[in-house]
Design a protein around this ligand. Structure first.
Ligand code: ADP
Ligand code: ZN
Length: 302
């Protein structure tokens, strides 16, 4: 058995997994913006009674997941999370970025389905995952390989600068102007909508209660245009034919439909198929599980 953990900006979930199946799962509110420094301790507490049952730990974590540190860009703090968790759990820990985990889950699933169905036509070995959630994350599989880098700053699609036509530029917390994350993450939408409505609202409330108000409707349109522009950049960079659009904001039906419509209006060479995650809300956990299995095998063979 192994423990898979998904550390997001809004929630943290942990699962006890065996043969790719979730046996038991639990969730807590994220501590990233509240008590980041003690993240490892919170994760240990969450999984306390599972320790001793597992061979290793698989973690999907938001942020810049490097070999030694996880750099939480928006919080401007970095943690040696792998070594902290290994000294607590006393088993090997494998960490990847949460969107990287999600793309790995989606890619592995489609690949296995194609193999099972003897579908030799499904030879697409490039896939991109975009999550529009608290922030915006990205994961890329290029020619069958997960795109990674030693400092973990790769495929961070939230920090790709996009068009924001007719609007004042917005400075992202990374320092650049008009990153997709600064325009249309859950945090960015909530912030801009709160200014328009002159009261504090969450992104969920924006979609559920205010989406028909003209200024808010325009805000959502600008957001989906930013993601369509991001997808055009992704197509030109990777050549992918499919983009999986996930996260609670990306999956909101209004947003998902607008992005799909806008991508279908791009010049033909930029058009891709947009689909919802097949692994659903557990894509990060499942992807981290399979990636850790692969890394553990490589370690054993070395
Ligand atoms: P995480 O960032 O922890 O991975 P989510 O993907 O759930 O988590 O993203 C959280 C963001 O999504 C928050 O900004 C929240 O307000 C927003 N959100 C949650 N549910 C919805 C919804 N049904 N429609 C639009 N936005 C939503
Ligand atoms: Zn940025």
């Amino acid at each position: 058995m192994i423990i898979a953990i998904d550390v997001g900006g809004t929630k943290i979930s942990a699962a006890l997994m065996q043969n790719g199946e979730i046996i038991e799962q639990r969730k807590i509110e994220s501590v990233i913006h509240r008590d980041l420094r003690n993240l490892a301790q919170h994760l240990l507490n969450l999984c306390d009674d599972w320790i001793g049952k597992v061979q290793h730990i698989a973690v999907a974590c938001t942020g810049q997941v490097g070999n030694q540190y996880v750099n939480f860009l928006s919080a401007k703090q970095k943690l040696p999370l792998k070594s902290q968790l290994e000294s607590g759990f006393k088993v090997p820990v494998f960490i990847i970025n949460d969107a990287a985990a999600a793309v790995w889950a989606e890619y592995s699933l489609v690949k296995n389905q194609a193999i099972t169905a003897l579908d030799t036509h499904n030879t697409d070995d490039t896939l991109v995952y975009i999550t529009v959630s608290t922030g915006i994350g990205g994961g890329m599989v290029q020619n069958g390989q997960l795109v990674t880098s030693t400092d973990g700053f790769c495929a961070h699609l939230g920090h790709v600068s996009v068009q924001h036509i007719g609007q004042p530029s917005i400075r992202c917390h990374c320092g650049r102007l008009n990153c997709a994350e600064a325009i249309t993450s859950g945090t960015a939408i909530a912030k801009q909508a709160s200014n328009i409505l002159a009261k504090t609202v969450s992104c969920k409330e924006v979609f559920q209660q205010y989406s028909e108000q003209p200024e808010i409707a325009q805000l959502i349109e600008q957001g989906s245009s930013a993601i369509a522009d991001l997808i055009a950049n992704v197509k030109a960079t990777t050549g992918t034919h499919t983009v999986v659009l996930g996260g609670s904001v990306g999956s909101a039906s209004l947003f998902f439909k607008q992005v799909t419509d806008k991508v279908s209006q791009l010049p033909e060479i930029y058009q891709v198929t947009i689909r919802a995650p097949q692994c659903g809300a557990d894509a990060d956990l499942i992807g981290a599980y399979y990636y850790a299995q692969k890394m553990a095998r490589i370690q054993t063979n070395n």
